[in-house]
Write a protein that binds this ligand. Structure first.
Ligand SMILES: C[S@@+](CC[C@H](N)C(=O)[O-])C[C@H]1O[C@@H](n2cnc3c(N)ncnc32)[C@H](O)[C@@H]1O
Ligand code: SF4
Length: 408
């Protein structure tokens, strides 16, 4: 859960949703995001809502966290039912962070049990856990698989020691092949997260990281351009001139290299930063976000979206636990999106998918911009002929420009 949330309007203390949230719900899938706001060390580039033991302070503890999250799950089931939503067991569950695997596997299993007992989890649900390579063992991965986890996403980031050091990552690159082997032995699908554009990373370093990731034959790869987030140690170092700001041309070269190397190894992109070995290996949970489906985000700072109502929880684990302890919703504020905002979200997120958007999803001025985007090489002419707007590789590199032209 990165960055500062928008201001929004006050959220009701009982979490009640407006009647509009239920409209059309039967046609949307439902996912659960379970946030775990703990990390052993804070990486200098990361502004996710996560706390080291020293940062956590009083009023919240790791040991009590699964129970607190279970209280929000009970609230979620009651709120959805009261709002008249049909019962939709979660088609996907994503335990994200932070570092969920800092909690004992039994606590994550308890959170999944609470999800099953409240909102429900579908029998074929995709259940992902994010993990730092330092924070798993063969036994913990086996326990997670036994608890219903189907997929693990490791924060590999790089295979090159000086790049990992610049990112403040604590794991030894040799650890990645080992944890992937353990995950496979436990029967879990594997995704690897990579970051490119770290200060000091050469194109050769990036190639080495891609090759090392591919050597593990993961089912899925995410490759993110390093974002210098306000308020992080990385941003302070860039501001002081100790480190250079990531360079746009260098980032573009690294994106193209990733796309070439991953495509040559048989991985197809399905979202600007995500590649999968087969369509079934795509992350169904994240696809739900990008397609505008419904999801409930449990945990401090977690965001939710149900039928055009978006809300976000108080950020600090102590404030979160206090709200739930008092029988109140942890929602800090919410927004009821108007049709214009819903349209903007659909275009903004949908156009980043390889499947693109139907042309009729665009408003008239957006549709009028398509021929120029085709001429500029940003939108694929073949897709347009088939009635859809999908980005070319140049379009993916200039996705913000394409979105600005398509949005009016
Ligand atoms: C919650 S973390 C994954 C699990 C675990 N905490 C870890 O880092 O190993 C989610 C992913 O977000 C990405 N990420 C976080 N901050 C980023 C930033 N400033 N720029 C680019 N990617 C970032 C990293 O690739 C990270 O793996
Ligand atoms: S381990 Fe992951 S969530 Fe924690 S600070 Fe690092 S990148 Fe952020």
């Amino acid at each position: 859960m990165p960055s500062t949330p928008p201001p929004g309007e006050p959220a009701p203390a009982d979490g009640a949703l407006p009647p509009s949230a239920a409209a059309g719900a039967a046609g949307r899938s439902f996912g659960l995001y379970l946030h775990v706001p703990f990390c052993a060390v804070r990486c200098g580039y990361c502004d996710f809502n996560t706390y080291t033991a020293a940062e956590l302070g009083g009023g919240a503890s790791r040991a009590e966290y699964a129970g607190t999250a279970a209280a929000e799950l009970a609230l979620a089931a009651a709120v959805l039912e009261r709002a008249g939503l049909p019962r939709r067991p979660a088609a996907t569950v994503f335990l994200g962070g932070g570092t969920p695997t800092l909690l004992p596997a039994a606590d994550l299993a308890a959170m999944l049990d609470a999800a099953r007992a409240t909102v429900g989890v579908g029998p074929d649900a995709e259940v992902t856990v994010e993990a730092n390579p330092d924070s798993v063992t063969p036994a913990s991965l086996g326990d997670l698989a036994g608890a219903g986890v189907t997929r693990v996403s490791f924060g590999m980031q790089s295979a090159v020691p000086h790049v990992l050091a610049a990112l403040d990552r604590t794991h030894d690159p040799e650890r990645v092949p080992q944890v992937v082997r353990w995950a496979r032995a436990a029967g879990l699908a594997v995704s690897l997260d990579l970051i490119y554009g770290t200060p000091g990373e050469s194109l050769g370093d990036w190639r080495r990281s891609l090759d090392a990731a591919l050597a593990e034959a993961p089912d899925h790869v995410s490759a993110y351009a390093l974002v210098v987030e306000q308020g992080t140690r990385l941003a302070a170092r860039v501001r002081r001139g100790e480190l250079p700001m990531p360079d746009d041309d260098d980032l573009a070269d690294k994106y193209e290299l990733a796309d070439d190397v991953l495509a040559a190894a048989g991985y197809a992109w399905y979202e600007v930063s995500n590649w999968a070995r087969t369509p079934d290996d795509a992350c169904r949970h994240n696809l739900g976000y990008w397609r505008g489906d419904d999801w409930w985000g449990v945990g401090p700072g977690a965001h939710s979206h149900v039928g055009g109502v978006r809300w976000w929880n108080v950020r600090h684990p102590a404030a979160y636990a206090a709200r739930l302890g008092a029988g109140e919703s942890p929602a800090q504020a919410r927004e009821v999106l108007d049709p214009g905002q819903r349209h903007a979200e659909r275009v903004l997120l949908g156009v980043r998918l390889a499947a693109g958007l139907p042309l009729e999803a665009l408003a008239v001025p957006g549709r009028a911009a398509v021929p120029d985007l085709v001429d500029g090489g940003l939108v694929a002419p073949g897709a347009v002929a088939g009635g859809r707007v999908a980005l070319t590789r140049r379009g993916r590199l200039l996705a913000d420009t394409a979105v600005r032209a398509l949005l009016p």
